[in-house]
Design a protein around this ligand. Structure first.
Ligand SMILES: NC(=O)c1ccc[n+]([C@@H]2O[C@H](COP(=O)([O-])OP(=O)(O)OC[C@H]3O[C@@H](n4cnc5c(N)ncnc54)[C@H](O)[C@@H]3O)[C@@H](O)[C@H]2O)c1
Length: 431
């Protein structure tokens, strides 16, 4: 009868643990589900601001949740309103988000508008006493993110961001294994998100170009860093358990020279005083290597996106590979110009193991929205969820600045918040 509950049960089963307690150390935000109230009488009343592509995707999960009601939507674009009304036909419609915020029926809002609009909408929502789920990247600048996070602390209102990997079973299980030392000392995270496409949306009339393709223009977007990097940098710090000390970067428009203003390839190296590093790269004119975070320890490697891990020490290569190597080595030993040094490394026959027994298809987005609904009902902010979202946003914007300035930038200490896993150097509440 209740798909959402079944999902949660399946989620736990997939993680292979008896309960959430086991994972509390590495993924404490799962406390969102620790005291789920079972009554169907309690429903939270949500407003959706900006039900475009992502907003409709979020609505599709929320609309199935018996504990949630989408009471209002606000958008400035008719086609988005029409599409959203198909998902939530009874929702009130506002053209101005401020009217939705003034609506007493709305307890909490989901903000899925373009990046440059998040700040005003979220700050106004807090001022209006609404709990907030804001899509990543939360702010257009690091200062905005800092102010948004602090307003959440000041008001005591809930603050979630769209970091769905926090609720993805592949990542949760991988991080548990990583933090238990299964793969040894993690020295490096290699994260990339490659596509082959222009990243454009169809525009019904030319004057809507900047509005529809907001991702491609500087006034509204931080490009690949804010749109893709935000997700993967959070995985890097989650795996390493600490924040980097410096970043350097490079970016360019190398292929899609079509009037866009944001880079079509970006690369950043985030370095740690203790030696570790996170490389982040995104190219949108080649999709061969796709999307992955390779988390590399001295005992093994994890690829959460593929739901796989690989130990360094693997069983001997299959007999035929050994035979082939022997044959090739013997042949080339006869020749003066070739030795055996080029013989294939055994690593290339390491097919690894699945993190969850098989390739997982659960998307953390459904559980993230479910966690938000639970939090609105209970009024409890799950541990560390705002902070992970905050730092994910900070890192991608800091990397963006390094690319723009062409400099090695130290960690922006003025934006450090009080978050024990990543240090407690300072905390400032802005006025
Ligand atoms: N978590 C994820 O994996 C994920 C995936 C895609 C997008 N996103 C994020 O979601 C957000 C939206 O992305 P999208 O792809 O849905 O964009 P979109 O352009 O498809 O949708 C944005 C919607 O906001 C509306 N809008 C714009 N300005 C507004 C305003 N002032 N008031 C009300 N409505 C307004 C637009 O009309 C549109 O309907 C972005 O922050 C993006 O980074 C997150």
């Amino acid at each position: 009868m209740n798909d959402i509950k079944i999902n949660r049960r399946e989620f736990l089963r997939n993680l292979g643990v008896a309960g959430m307690g086991v994972l509390a150390a590495t993924s404490p935000w799962l406390s969102a589900f620790s005291e789920v109230r079972d009554t169907q009488k309690e429903r939270c009343r949500l407003g959706i601001i900006g039900p475009g592509s992502r907003g409709q995707f979020l609505m599709s999960f929320i609309a199935q949740n018996p504990k949630a009601e989408i009471v209002a939507i606000a958008d400035v674009y008719d086609p988005s309103i029409e599409a959203a009304k198909k998902i939530a036909p009874d929702a009130k419609v506002y053209r101005d988000y401020r009217a939705l915020l003034a609506d007493k029926d709305v307890e909490a809002v989901v903000v899925a508008t373009p990046l440059n609009t998040h700040y005003d909408i979220v700050m106004d929502a807090f001022d209006a006493g609404k709990h907030v789920y804001c899509e990543k990247t939360i702010g257009y600048t690091m200062e905005q993110c800092f102010n948004m996070y602090n307003r959440h602390l000041e008001t005591g209102l809930l603050f979630f961001s769209g970091q769905q990997r926090l609720f993805d079973p592949r990542y949760i299980k991988a991080m548990d294994l990583i933090h238990n030392g299964t793969f040894g000392k993690i020295s490096h995270v290699e994260a990339y998100w490659n596509r082959n496409g222009d990243w454009r949306r169809d525009v019904p009339s030319p004057e809507l170009e900047r509005f529809i393709n907001w991702r491609l223009y500087r006034e509204s977007s931080r490009g690949l860093m804010s749109e893709l990097g935000c997700h993967q940098l959070q995985i890097g710090t989650w795996a390493l358990g600490k924040l980097p000390d410096r970043v350097m970067g490079h970016g360019g428009i190398t292929y899609w020279k079509d009037g866009r203003e944001v880079h079509d390839n970006v690369h950043c190296i985030f370095g740690y005083d203790s030696g570790e590093s996170i490389n982040y790269g995104s190219v949108i004119s080649n999709k061969f290597y796709g999307l992955e975070e390779k988390i590399m320890g001295n005992l093994g490697t994890v690829e959460p996106e593929a739901s796989k891990y690989y130990f360094e020490e693997i069983a001997p290569a299959p007999a035929f590979i050994q035979m082939l190597n022997k044959w090739e080595n013997e042949l080339f030993d006869e020749l003066p110009f070739a030795g055996t040094s080029w013989a294939p490394e055994t690593a290339n026959v390491n097919k690894g193991e699945y993190i969850l027994g098989e390739r997982s298809t659960i998307d953390g987005t459904s559980l993230l929205t479910e966690a938000f609904v639970e939090a609105v009902i209970t009024g409890r902010q799950p541990e560390r969820i705002a902070e992970e979202g905050y730092y994910a946003s900070l890192l991608c914007l800091w990397g963006f600045d390094a690319i723009e300035r062409g400099e090695i930038l130290p960690f922006p200490e003025q934006y450090q918040i009080d978050y024990a896993p990543y240090g407690t150097r300072r905390q400032t509440i802005v006025s």
